[in-house]
Design a binder for this molecule. Structure first.
Ligand code: ADP
Ligand code: MG
Ligand code: MG
Length: 252
């Protein structure tokens, strides 16, 4: 069972402090949701964990099972078992989706223990069925001409096939129609396992109607200001964020 620990994380962009001391712990078997108004640093948190060079960690630590994530290159983070949704958003010409996926799966396995082609194809096919994806998506070049919805489905296909220890999914629901949202949620729910932990970042409660988080965190002004269970997300849906601001004496 893995643990991703974020301690007192401070992150700056171009010298401006965006994250001001974030604390979070995500364990295998747990689904966490991070919610919060626009511009409070949710995506910055995701980008910092991913290792985006623009996001400068000025204070605090990120560890995966005690290993210093901040010391790792981006590809090392993936090999260590972190899955960061927006890691491969761009088109990579000349690499098919299936080829990319297989190399990502093998990157996490020991040399000499690569997945057999048959086994890989079987797993990929069954995951594509769950996600209601056309089989020809496997032979398309990665992300080339994928629609917004296809990219999101494909991201979840990557998640299901790579089977990371911990995943950070930022706004996986944005731009999805309700049918696609259900299918994508089904894929994520299928991952529920004590060896898999997930941080779902979302602006809307909607996604959480399909994926029930064990823990809900609210971010405001660069910090996690409140944590609770699924009922917290429902209260936010009904009442917005004002009551939290009042509780904490935060001004807009
Ligand atoms: P959220 O995901 O919660 O909406 P973000 O993390 O995207 O918030 O943004 C937090 C703040 O950091 C915002 O003020 C935003 O303008 C700023 N910011 C985020 N990314 C960048 C960037 N690449 N360059 C400059 N400012 C950024
Ligand atoms: Mg934003
Ligand atoms: Mg965001």
């Amino acid at each position: 069972q893995s643990t991703l620990t974020v301690k007192d994380l401070h992150v700056s962009i171009d010298g401006k402090e965006i994250l001001k001391g974030v604390n979070l712990e995500i364990k295998g078997g747990e689904f966490h949701a991070v919610m919060g108004p626009n511009g409070t640093g949710k995506s910055t948190l995701s980008s910092a964990i991913m290792g985006h060079p623009k996001y400068e960690v000025t204070q605090g630590t990120i560890t995966l099972d005690g290993e210093d994530v901040l010391e790792m290159e981006v590809d090392e983070r993936a090999r260590a078992g972190l899955f960061l949704g927006m890691q491969y958003p761009s088109e990579i010409t000349g690499v098919t989706n299936a080829e990319f996926l297989r190399s990502a799966v093998n990157a996490r396995r020991e040399e000499g223990d690569e997945i057999s082609l048959m086994k890989f194809i079987r797993q990929m096919d069954s995951n594509m069925d769950i996600l209601e994806m056309d089989q020809d998506m496997a032979q398309r070049y990665l992300n080339e001409g994928f629609s917004g919805g296809e990219k999101k489905r494909n991201e979840i296909l990557q998640l299901m096939t790579i089977k990371p220890k911990i995943a950070i999914l930022d706004e996986i629901d944005s731009g999805l129609d309700i049918d696609a949202l259900k299918v994508v949620s089904q894929g994520i729910n299928q991952m529920r396992d004590e060896n898999f932990g997930c941080l779902i970042i979302t602006h809307y409660q909607r996604l959480l109607d399909y994926i029930t988080p064990d823990h809900v965190h609210v971010m405001m002004q660069g910090r996690v200001v409140k944590s609770g269970g699924p009922e917290l997300a429902h209260r936010l849906e009904a009442e917005g964020y004002d009551w939290i601001k009042q509780e904490l004496g935060i001004e807009d």
